[in-house]
Write a protein that binds this ligand. Sequence first.
Ligand code: BES
Ligand code: MN
Ligand code: MN
Length: 462
Amino acid sequence: MENIKAYIEQHKDRFIDELIQLLKIPSISADPKYKNDVLKTSEIIKTRLLEAEVDYAEICETDGYPIVYAEKIIDPSLPTVLVYGHYDVQPADPIDLWTSGPFEPIIKTTELHPEGAVFARGACDDKGQMYMHVKAFELMMKTNSLPCNVKFMIEGEEEVGSESLEDFVKQNKEKLAADIILISDTGMIANDIPSITTGLRGLSYVEVEITGPNRDLHSGLYGGAVANPINILTQMIASLHDDQNRITIPGFYDNAEELSLDERAEMAKAPFDLEAYKAALNLEDVHGEEGYSTMERNSIRPTLDVNGIWGGYTGEGAKTVIASKAYAKISMRLVPGQNSDNITKLFSDHFKSIAPKSVKVKITPHHGGTPYVSPIDDDGYKAASLAMENTFGKKPVPVRSGGSIPIVALFEQELNVKSILLGFGLDSDAIHSPNEHFGLFNYFKGIETIPQFYKYFTDLKK
Ligand code: BES
Ligand code: MN
Ligand code: MN
């Protein structure tokens, strides 16, 4: 423990510099313009892993972006930890709202990060959190304290659905054999309230297109007599929730697992301050499904949200027009029991059924994902809990998250290995938003906690 702290103290500046170098590269997987940057990022990670003295590291080519794989096998009879993370990032838009360049990392203090935070796209999701693992590994190697085997699998397509990783996992089951998968790509409650993520929601994502007349029309000459696709689309979307904010798609909740009252009471023990929550978002009130708390609404309940909607004239001034088409991107977050393909089909059937004859509907499904819940009584959770208790001085609380990492359910299905979601970000770190950042406290706490996880996990397996 003292060794670990001393090593971090001694190499602090370099650990920050190396992260900053990574954050300077715009590895945006969604936009082909950044292809070379995404590829360059994978090369740097490979180099950093080699410098940290893995046995070998390789760039595994796929149909999409490559997967960086590396391993250090010290003794095949010891447990193996498989580290997963991603080196791709979300697009930075809207750029105007960043107070400094998204790929010009700088350190600033904030109310929640008085010790400073690195501001850049990917700082928290997931370059900063992924890189904690590379530095924790370096630290264990240099201080002669690596207690077990390690494998690294760092992908470049998480933000666009992990399609290539899916094939990679299916084709490399032996190579990826492990006792536990360790992931830092989630958050915790607060810097003085450690928590471990025990669940992720699944995802169905669709794009809808409503077509009215075959061309844009003068809204005076035709208005009132033909369907306006934007009017229709917004009516259809509005009807997807009832007055209790429940989703109206028939069958949507059929297989959604309900938590028992006991489980809900247990959940309610996790610290949560509704007034602070509202204040942080500048909201007069929250909004959501009746009968559930805010914490429940954003973790154990399924949702439907419009992520984008467009059509017609949005330029300067006024143009009197009835557009031919209107579009929306709609995501549904799923809970255990719900199946992504099934929900996508229920949505599509229902959405088509509520459209009037005056328009045509086209629905394009995007990526989906299966929900995941992890046990809190296995060695993985116990090791994570002991590790955090050790470094934070407080036992962490289990919390189910509202976010999704679709590949985690696939790991379990294909590799039969559970994942531990040991995240160090805060909800307020603005992932996917302008001014994303990651606290230096969190970065170093992660680097300090990860070796503890290895130690406790190896001990528990003995
Ligand atoms: N790391 C996030 C997911 C996350 C963040 C889970 C915080 C829990 C807490 C991941 O990179 C992400 O953004 N996932 C996407 C889904 C993906 C298919 C694009 C999401 O949740 O929207
Ligand atoms: Mn992520
Ligand atoms: Mn993300």
